[in-house]
Design a protein. Structure first.
Length: 194
């Protein structure tokens, strides 16, 4: 996988950026909250957890590779959230917002009921909870509007979807991280109709 998430998001102003053992925090957006960031990219999933979850969920190689580089992300103030692996039994320390984990890929797939043997839920759009899934055998990536059983859009593969969506979403925010459009515009609208 040749996706460099940090590089794809360099157009945004470096303001309050920092890294910790949990994640990379890029572009502080204090009008949302005092500790809010435009983009949070989680550090790689621990290899022992990744191996276990990869077998359990039958992760396609591109998704496993992505999680070995980035254990999920909250992009564009959460407009697009990519699931990651959360250690079983991990307690949340809500008093330290910089220790919070990514959204849990295992939990998301436990609640995903549309052809769960074939489709793997990999992300969610905050606006309305629309899901993104990868076909485990073909690699094709699908966008499902909330409560819909037919995909609205599809991409050839996981990497194409991620590149296309980051490219599209980054133009919906100014260099300081302010959204330039209605929140509904953060949902996909430019993809190959299925």
């Amino acid at each position: 996988m040749s996706i460099d998430l940090l590089g794809l998001l360099e157009q945004f102003r470096a303001f309050g950026d920092f890294d910790n053992d949990n994640a990379f925090y890029r572009t502080l957006v204090p009008w949302i909250g005092p500790e809010a960031y435009l983009n949070i990219i989680y550090r790689p999933a621990p290899s022992h957890l990744l191996s276990t979850v990869a077998k359990k969920l039958k992760l396609p190689p591109p998704v496993s590779e992505f999680l070995s580089l980035y254990n999920g992300a909250k992009l564009f103030s959460g407009a697009l959230n990519l699931y990651g692996i959360v250690e079983p039994g991990r307690l949340l320390n809500r008093s330290d917002s910089f220790s919070l984990p990514p959204y849990n890929i295992e939990g998301a797939n436990r609640s995903w009921s549309l052809d769960p043997e074939r489709l793997l839920a990999i992300g969610v759009y905050q606006f309305d909870g629309s899901q993104v899934c990868v076909d485990r055998s073909s690699g094709q990536t699908f966008f499902f509007k909330r409560n819909q059983t037919a995909a609205d859009f599809s991409w050839a593969d996981f990497e194409s979807w991620l590149r296309d969506e980051i490219s599209r979403l980054r133009f919906l925010f100014d260099s300081e991280g302010r959204r330039l459009c209605p929140e509904s515009a953060t949902l996909p609208h430019r993809a190959t109709p299925q």
